[in-house]
Write a protein that binds this ligand. Sequence first.
Ligand code: A2H
Length: 253
Amino acid sequence: EGVQPQEYMIIKMELVSPFPDKFKALEGKKVFLAAATLRPETMYGQTNAWVLPDGKYGAFEITETEVFVLTHRAALNLAYQNHSRVPQEPTCLLELTGHDLIGLLLRSPLALTEVIFVLPMLSILMNKGTGVVTSVPSDAPDDYMALKHLKKKPEFRAKYGVKDEWVMPFDIVPIIEVPEFGNKCAETVCLQMKIESPNERVKLADAKDITYLKGFSQGIIIVGEFKGRKVQEAKPLIRRKLLETGQAIVYSE
Ligand code: A2H
């Protein structure tokens, strides 16, 4: 745990209607999986969402009409940051586990892929962010390795009830060009470092640092409204746009 507060953006990944049975009670409301990210400028490249299968989540009333799916811990923090229907008091409408979320269909802000699925990731920490992560395999080594693992291992998909069509059609979406690293920076770094599985946590932490540093300091956005701009310039513009359009909120912990 850091001593400095960390400021995330929560990206509102909207559950596509009609809702599955487990979520029928929420029909009529806008339901979002609330993904915490440090890199809003990468949202064009989202290919799926990640949850921890055995993690405990809840569906919480954020406003009269909006519901967020996230951890109880994050819901409490949000309630103290002015994001709860009842001030300073989370209201949980539905208790959930990651298993209930796997396979949900989402529409996510800025994503070039129109609809994406919720998939299992075993390295998710339930005491960080919201417990929901959006996946950008072009620029996040963790996301790249987890998606690659799911694609390569039918037995892993079977164990978590993941259908092939939730995974196989989805591939890396190039969004940032980095000199010498190309437009699939996470893949380049993972290959260079010979990372073989999502369980190589020490190597992946280094890969994350390198990718983050390179992408931020030298990256150029190659898609969307800010195409041609440096990541450094585009990041605050994309952040502001997401906030102004109500597609994201700020969250700190
Ligand atoms: B980032 P920090 Cl493209 N468990 O978003 C595991 N990982 C989590 C998490 C949790 N509970 N909550 C958030 N994260 C991920 C995008 C991204 C991220 C890119 C590149 C790097 C990157 C797309 N995934 O993170 O420990 C989220 O993934 C590398 C730093 O608070 C979030 O930002 O520094 C990041 O980790 C927050 O990690």
